[in-house]
Design a protein around this ligand. Sequence first.
Ligand SMILES: *Cc1c(COP(=O)(O)O)cnc(C)c1O
Length: 426
Amino acid sequence: MNSNPSPVWHPFTQHGLGDPVQPIARGEGARLYDADGRYWIDAISSWWVTTHGHGHPRIMAAIRAQSEKLDQLIFAGWTHEPAETLAAELVRITPDPLTRVFFSDSGSTSVEVALKMALGYWFNIGEPRSRILVLDHSYHGDTIGTMSVGERGVYNRAWQPLLFDVDTIPFPYAGQEQTALDALEAACATPETGNAPAAFIVEPLILGAGGMLIYPAWVLAEMRAICARHGVLFIADEVMTGWGRTGTRFACDQAGVIPDIVCLSKGLTGGAIPLAVTLCIEPIFAAHFSADRGKAFYHSSSYTANPIACAAANANLAIWRDEPVQQRIDALADAQGAHLAILAHDPRVQNPRRLGTIAALDIAVPDDGYLSNLAPRLTAFARDRGVLLRPLGNSVYVMPPYCTMPDDLAQVWDTIGAALDLGAGG
Ligand SMILES: *Cc1c(COP(=O)(O)O)cnc(C)c1O
């Protein structure tokens, strides 16, 4: 029976359990307000997208200004200034080999585009390949293609018959890095079978939805080197890690890694409005550049490079140029480290870990995986105390906007400290 009068079907929500759905009327900085003025601290940046805070004046002004000029334009055969400016700026701030920018509108589609580009490259140069290598516990989105390259589990079991096969490399846990690298080397080095991989796709330095699993920069650099040695395309999914989350603008920067293909979304517009890009190296574009129309890159969505979204992204890039964004990130990273250190030695806390502005810990519980009701109980506990958290199973993480005020951050961590006992019961 459903007593909820709303027709809205929410994502990742079990309406049958009566999970409450909290209305929000307004956002400012790191705070979300309801119609009565009660607020919640957005400790997960509204699912990892909000970087500079809600309602950043410069991004809001850019959206307003663009909406008065051009709202939407077909992007096949037509173009506009916000997209041209944005593409040029993205090419400027990323390493030189990345020369081409393909627009789409979500992280998932940017990954779909990356996979299609990789296969399109091999097909168009007359050496068709379709094998994709992935890292264990990865998440790349919720479409059929991105689920195929992600972790298989309870949250996608209904669709498994449709998912395509991939080869999975073990996650490089501490002490097992070489095992993972050897597995990647072996998966790449299969010329005798005539089944060479098309690409390896990876979340650089940290697996987000997989549980905030961190691995070292040297492993990322080694993985990139192995792919380069074997001519396997290297795809970096920076949808979550991009725009400063890991302490540097892009996670690959910390490893000195230049991917063949990069996916960016989430913080691309500062988190204000949906937009995504897939950047690639020139040879991938060149493989599609031809007098043969059949070699064109056949991918589009209706809102490809929406002008208002591009204007918001240009404002985000201006904020990175003009405001002390890196200082805010460094300060937030330090504060996160200090708060985490206070809880790190609590016997109820396991695997305290941090990468840049992202801090996470596991609450000690009997191991019963993602569907354990600890996460919803913790979410409700935090919500009652004015904090928006959304744990992954028993992993609690804090990934706030860079403008979060020290007192608000302290309240988030006090709430987590108070919640540690929830692991014992339920
Ligand atoms: C969130 C995420 C995606 C999917 O992005 P959507 O905008 O939700 O489609 C893809 N890859 C990674 C690493 C992500 O964190």
